[in-house]
Design a protein. Structure first.
Length: 106
C-alpha cells in the first residue's frame, strides 16, 4: 500500500491523498476543489494512473466545495476507469455531474 499522507481536514486549500488498497485505488479529497487546485489534481491523476488496476474509489467526505478543476478531475477519472464516489455531501451532489457507471453513495 502506498500512502501519500493525510492532509489536515477542512482546510481551504485542496489536498489529495492517494493510496492503493488491494485492487482499488482510493483517492481522498480535502478542502476546496477549484481552479487553484488544478496542479495538485493533475499530479494526483498521475499517481492514480501509476497505481490503478481497474477501479478508483473517491472519498469526498472532507471536500468543502467543488468547481471547475475539481469537476474536471472527477470526469477525467470516470473517462478512464470505473469510479465509485463515497461520502458525497448533500450540498455537493448537484455540482457533481451524473456519470454513467459512476455510483455515488453516502
Amino acid at each position: 500500500m502506498v500512502d501519500h499522507g493525510v492532509p489536515s481536514p477542512r482546510s481551504e486549500a485542496c489536498d489529495v491523498a492517494v493510496q492503493r488498497v488491494g485492487t482499488q485505488v482510493v483517492v481522498r479529497l480535502y478542502g476546496v476543489l477549484d481552479d487553484r487546485a488544478a496542479p495538485r489534481l493533475a499530479e494526483a491523476l498521475g499517481e492514480v494512473e501509476q497505481m490503478v488496476l481497474s477501479r478508483v474509489v473517491v472519498d469526498l467526505d472532507e471536500v468543502d466545495a467543488i468547481e471547475g478543476a475539481g469537476l474536471d478531475f472527477l470526469v477525467g477519472l470516470h473517462r478512464r476507469w470505473k469510479v465509485r464516489l463515497l461520502n458525497t455531501p448533500n450540498q455537493l451532489r448537484g455540482r457533481i455531474p451524473r456519470m454513467a457507471g459512476a455510483r455515488a453513495s453516502d
